[in-house]
Design a protein around this ligand. Structure first.
Ligand code: SF4
Ligand code: SF4
Length: 454
C-alpha cells in the first residue's frame, strides 16, 4: 500500500461555502508590535499567575507567567521591553474578566538566551535529526513541551504535555495529525503545512517518540490537494515513508472535530462522555506539531502563530503574529471594508466569538480574525423538525438544551451530555427557526459550572 489513503466517509456533516480566499496567500510576518497584552487565561485548565510585576524589564521568550497545576501551561513574553501595567480585560469567549500584563516593546526584540538544542540544517541533516530525536528521553520531551507553553493550537488550547501523557492504562496505538481545517475562511493550518511542512513532520516524529503508536496518520481534507502533494513529497524526502501515512478525507464540516476524525480515519467511536484516548487514539493539530519542532529543535517557546485575517478586508492575508499583539493591528494591516462589516469575529464563522474590543490581543487559541456583515434574523419558535438532532456530529439533543436553558432551568442538561457539545454550530446553522442554539448551550454550560463551583 502507498502512503496516501483516500477515505470515503459515512459522516454527512455540512457542505458549507468554503470561502478560503486566503489559501494562496503566503504567510507574511507582522512587524513586532509597540505593545503586547498577555492575558493569564490562555489554556484549558488552571490559569497562570504572573512571575513579573509592573516596571520589570523582560526579554523575548522570557517566561512571565506559570502555574504549579499540572493541567496548565506557562506564558512567555513575545517582545523585549517593560511591563507597563497589570490590569483586567474581558475574555470575549466567556465575557469574564481576567488579569493581563501590558508590555511596552523596546523595539530591540532581545531574546532570552536560547539553548539551541541541536545545530541542525533541516534540509540536509534530517537523517542525523532522526537519530538525535530517537535518543531523547520521553520525560525530557514532555518537559520541553511544557516549558515552551505549547497548547493545542487548532483552537482547543488544551496543554499539550498533558495530552501527550495519557494514564498508563490507556494504551495508545494510533496518532492522528489533524490538518483538516474544516471551518470556512480559515487557512492558517493549510499555509503552515505548505510553508513549514518539514517542521510539522519532524514535530510529528517527536510526538510519535513520546506516544509510541503503531499507526501514524496525517489527516487532510481533499480541498487542500496542494498540501497533500507537498506533505507526501516531504515524507519521502525526510524518509518517514515507512511510518507516516496521509489520509485524504472528504471536505465536510466538522470533519476536523476529534471524534468525527477518529470515526472516519480508524472507524472507532469515542464513547459518550469519553476521550480519544479511551479508544487508543491521540489527535494533534499540525500547527501544534510545528510548535513542538520549534521548542525541541530551535529551543524557542510559543510566542507567535499564523493568523488568517479574512472576510471583508481589502487585503486578506495569513500573518505570522506575535502572541499578545492587539487584534486592531491585524485589522489595520489588512484594511477592513467598514461599509460591508458589522462584526469582527475571532475564530471562524461557525465556532468563533464576536469581538467587542478591538484591542483584545491574539492569544494562543486564536487562529483567525474574520470581518463579516451578518445580520441575526429574529428567533422563531421551535417547530420540532429534528434537523439539529440529525446534523449533530456528537449525537446530542440541541433542541433540548435550547428549550431547557430558555426556560431558565439547567436540570437535565448533564443527563443529556451537554458537556460533550463541541460548540461546532452545525445545529444553529440548520435550524429553520433561527434559534441561536449555541448561545443557549454556552449559557447552559456556564450555569452548570457556576452550580458546581458552589
Ligand atoms: S453545537 Fe453542540 S449540539 Fe450543536 S451540533 Fe455542534 S456538537 Fe451538536
Ligand atoms: S432545528 Fe430548530 S426548529 Fe428544528 S428541532 Fe432543532 S431547534 Fe427546533
Amino acid at each position: 500500500m502507498g502512503i496516501l489513503i483516500k477515505k470515503k466517509s459515512k459522516f454527512r456533516g455540512l457542505h458549507l461555502p468554503e470561502n478560503k480566499i486566503t489559501s494562496k496567500k503566503p504567510i507574511e510576518e507582522l512587524p513586532v508590535s509597540e505593545k503586547i497584552i498577555l492575558p493569564l487565561v490562555q489554556n484549558i485548565g488552571a490559569p497562570c499567575s504572573f512571575l513579573v510585576e509592573k516596571g520589570d524589564m523582560v526579554k523575548t521568550g522570557q517566561k512571565i507567567a506559570d502555574s504549579k497545576a499540572y493541567v496548565s501551561s506557562p506564558i512567555h513574553s513575545s517582545v523585549s521591553g517593560k511591563v507597563k501595567k497589570i490590569s483586567k480585560i474581558m475574555n470575549p469567549a466567556t465575557s469574564q474578566l481576567m488579569d493581563a500584563a501590558t508590555i511596552e516593546s523596546d523595539g530591540q526584540d532581545r531574546w532570552v538566551d536560547i539553548e539551541q538544542v541541536f545545530n541542525i540544517n533541516l534540509s540536509q541533516d534530517y537523517r542525523r535529526l532522526k537519530t538525535i530525536i530517537d535518543s531523547l528521553k520521553k520525560e525530557d520531551i514532555l518537559t520541553a513541551v511544557r516549558e515552551a507553553g505549547i497548547v493545542g493550537l487548532g483552537g482547543a488550547a488544551f496543554p499539550t504535555h498533558v495530552k501527550l501523557k495519557p494514564p498508563p492504562e490507556k494504551k495508545i496505538d494510533t496518532l492522528i495529525l489533524n490538518g483538516c481545517e474544516c471551518e470556512p475562511f480559515i487557512t492558517s493550518d493549510h499555509r503552515v503545512m505548505l510553508e513549514y511542512g518539514r517542521q510539522v513532520l519532524v514535530g510529528l516524529y517527536i510526538i510519535s517518540r513520546v506516544l509510541g503508536p503503531k499507526n501514524i496518520f496525517i489527516a487532510i481534507e481533499d480541498n487542500k490537494k496542494d498540501a497533500i502533494t507537498h506533505i507526501k513529497d516531504l515524507i519521502f524526502e525526510l524518509t518517514f515513508d515507512d511510518i507516516f501515512k496521509i489520509v485524504s478525507l472528504p471536505s465536510r464540516y466538522p470533519m476536523g472535530a476529534e471524534k468525527t476524525l477518529i470515526k472516519t480515519v480508524v472507524d472507532r467511536a469515542v464513547p459518550m462522555g469519553g476521550l480519544p484516548m479511551d479508544v487508543g487514539v491521540v489527535v494533534n493539530n499540525v500547527t501544534t506539531a510545528k510548535a513542538i519542532y520549534d521548542a525541541l529543535i530551535e529551543g524557542k517557546p510559543l510566542i507567535s502563530k499564523v493568523i488568517t485575517v479574512t472576510g471583508e478586508f481589502k487585503n486578506p492575508k495569513n500573518v505570522l503574529t506575535r502572541i499578545g499583539t492587539p487584534i486592531r493591528e491585524l485589522i489595520d494591516l489588512c484594511g477592513i471594508n467598514d461599509d460591508k462589516t458589522n462584526k469582527v469575529i475571532i475564530g471562524g464563522p461557525m465556532m468563533g466569538s464576536t469581538l467587542v474590543e478591538l484591542d483584545f490581543p491574539v492569544v494562543k487559541g486564536v487562529n483567525c480574525v474574520l470581518a463579516r456583515d451578518s445580520r441575526i434574523p429574529d428567533e422563531q419558535n421551535c417547530i420540532n423538525c429534528g434537523s439539529c438532532v440529525r446534523i449533530c456530529p456528537m449525537n446530542l439533543m440541541p433542541l433540548v438544551y435550547a428549550r431547557t436553558v430558555k426556560s431558565g432551568r439547567i436540570d437535565g442538561l448533564s443527563d443529556h451530555y451537554i458537556e460533550n457539545c463541541i460548540e461546532c454550530g452545525s445545529c444553529a446553522y440548520v435550524c429553520p427557526a433561527n434559534i441561536p442554539i449555541v448561545g443557549y448551550i454556552k449559557t447552559g454550560k456556564a450555569m452548570l459550572a457556576k452550580q458546581k463551583s458552589k
